[in-house]
Design a protein around this ligand. Structure first.
Ligand SMILES: *Cc1c(COP(=O)(O)O)cnc(C)c1O
Length: 460
């Protein structure tokens, strides 16, 4: 399998190079040169076996089947549920696929537990090391750290804005005690952290010397690993299903589009947003204009521009990288992106729906779902469940629908308690989180100080 850039002018790569590259040299994102078809599920296959079967299609001959299977077995053995991503029924027509049983209680574990292991495997074979540097507002950092903390060939430095993550999110990062993990609390905002990461990547000598690498949501292998749970839901529920996805950077719902493209029996993909609704505005009214982010109860969906949307745009342009690059340049210049009506009708209608829930609606959905079904939803999942309820009530949606539960309620206990009066306890594997010592370095909002720290953080 070869990988091409969405902007059409970077060299084609094989799987392992695309894995390590992250962003393409033309600024685009890597996608497979063609979409393979979904093989039938072997009778009695486990989640890890189904995952290895699907992922092998994208890895090609760059990793042997036994290696892919071992990495999937190890990655999904870290999940606290025997089904890995269990399906739970909420109403007659509405199921929840719980993606939050991984080590850090958010769906990002599904991809990052595997991608961390793939990095280590590929680097070991090549005799290389990398230093992953990333900025986080909460969920990505903890999932990335947990995914690589046991890797021999990967170091990781995660920057987060001091005082601006939840206690659970911070502790999930700072209580990891591993020689290849460093966590930095920056006296600044998330954007400051992200700007410093970008500046370090743009410093070519520093990037080379440190072997800098990234595992942010544009990494192809993360999208790839997420295809599997869409297929899993189709395997378990006979007949066509709709899937509702609480969305931020569009990586998750794009994986759903790939599953559908490969032949999974998916009818509609429902893009659910919070008050930061650029995606919903695009799908419903062709208005993709970036506006400032407002903080919400579902912070992992507080985005201004969805980085993975570029992959969908490439498909909408008939895989014309030049046209995609031009459209993105215009978007950067004007802050607005719109699509020709016939292109929309041909590509989007019948595949995507979109809805939004603001914070008041989110709290209402959490409260109602607890009273009516006894189920605690985290605020991100509640945006999805509320969006399905609104579309259903309007008669716009029909048939079996699965909402992806992207975080465990105990990861966002304040919102859940506010809505239900119940404070969800941490699951057993994290019960001692608040007793463990924290390992964190606090640094000023200053690039030179952070860069100096990264240079000397690891002595091995
Ligand atoms: C990251 C995240 C999302 C958004 O996922 P995208 O792939 O960015 O669309 C939703 N919910 C939770 C809990 C997350 O951590």
């Amino acid at each position: 399998m070869r990988y091409v850039s969405t902007r059409g002018s970077a060299p084609e790569l094989g799987f392992t190079d695309a894995l390590l590259a992250g962003l393409a040299t033309d600024g685009g994102l890597y996608v497979p040169a063609e979409w393979p078809s979904l093989p039938p599920r072997a009778q009695g296959a486990t989640y890890a076996q189904r995952a290895a079967q699907i992922i092998q299609l994208f890895v090609g001959d760059e990793l042997p089947a036994a290696t892919v299977q071992r990495l999937c077995d190890e990655a999904y053995a870290t999940f606290a549920h025997p089904s890995v991503v269990p399906l739970v029924q909420l109403h007659d027509h509405h199921f929840i696929e719980e993606l939050f049983h991984g080590p850090t209680l958010a769906f990002k574990d599904v991809a990052l537990q595997l991608v961390g292991r793939m990095f280590d495997e590929v680097l070991r074979a090549r005799g290389q090391r990398v230093t992953i540097v990333g900025a986080t507002s909460g969920d990505t950092g903890s999932a990335a750290i947990d995914g690589v903390k046991a890797c021999a060939n990967v170091d990781i430095v995660i920057l987060y804005p001091h005082g601006r993550t939840s206690d659970v999110q911070r502790k999930q990062m700072t209580t990891v005690d591993s020689p290849n993990v460093r966590v930095v609390a920056v006296d600044g905002t998330f954007d400051d952290c992200q700007d410093m990461v970008k500046a370090m990547f743009n410093d070519a000598p520093f990037r080379e010397r440190m072997g800098l690498s990234a595992v942010n949501s544009i990494n192809w292998a993360r999208v790839m690993a997420q295809i599997v749970y869409y297929v899993n839901a189709c395997d378990l529920l006979a007949g066509p299903i709709n899937v509702c996805v609480p969305s931020g950077n569009f990586g998750n719902v794009f994986a759903g589009w790939i599953a559908k493209r490969m032949g999974a029996d998916i009818n509609q993909l429902i893009v659910a947003s919070n008050a930061n609704d650029i995606l919903t505005r695009f799908f419903n009214t062709n208005d993709m204009s970036a506006v400032p982010v407002v903080p919400s109860l579902s912070p992992s969906m507080d985005i201004q521009v969805s980085s993975n949307f570029e992959r969908l745009l490439f498909e909408m342009n008939g895989r014309d990288g030049g046209a995609t690059a031009e459209q993105l340049t215009a978007f950067r210049a004007t802050g607005k992106l719109s699509i020709e009506p016939d292109q929309r009708a041909e590509f989007l209608d019948g595949q995507f729906m979109a809805e939004r829930c603001d914070d008041a609606e989110t709290l209402d959905v959490i409260g109602r779902t607890y009273r009516e079904a006894g189920m605690l939803l985290d605020p991100h999942t509640a945006v999805g469940v509320g969006s399905v309820a609104k579309l259903w009530a309007a008669g716009a949606l029909k048939g079996t629908t699965v909402t992806l539960a992207t975080a465990h309620p105990a990861k966002f206990p304040d919102a859940v308690e506010r809505a239900t009066g119940v404070r969800p306890p941490l699951p057993a594997h994290l019960a001692d989180l608040f007793d463990l010592p924290e390992h964190v370095t606090r640094l000023p909002n200053d690039l030179a100080a952070v860069q100096a720290f990264v240079s000397t953080a690891f002595t091995h």
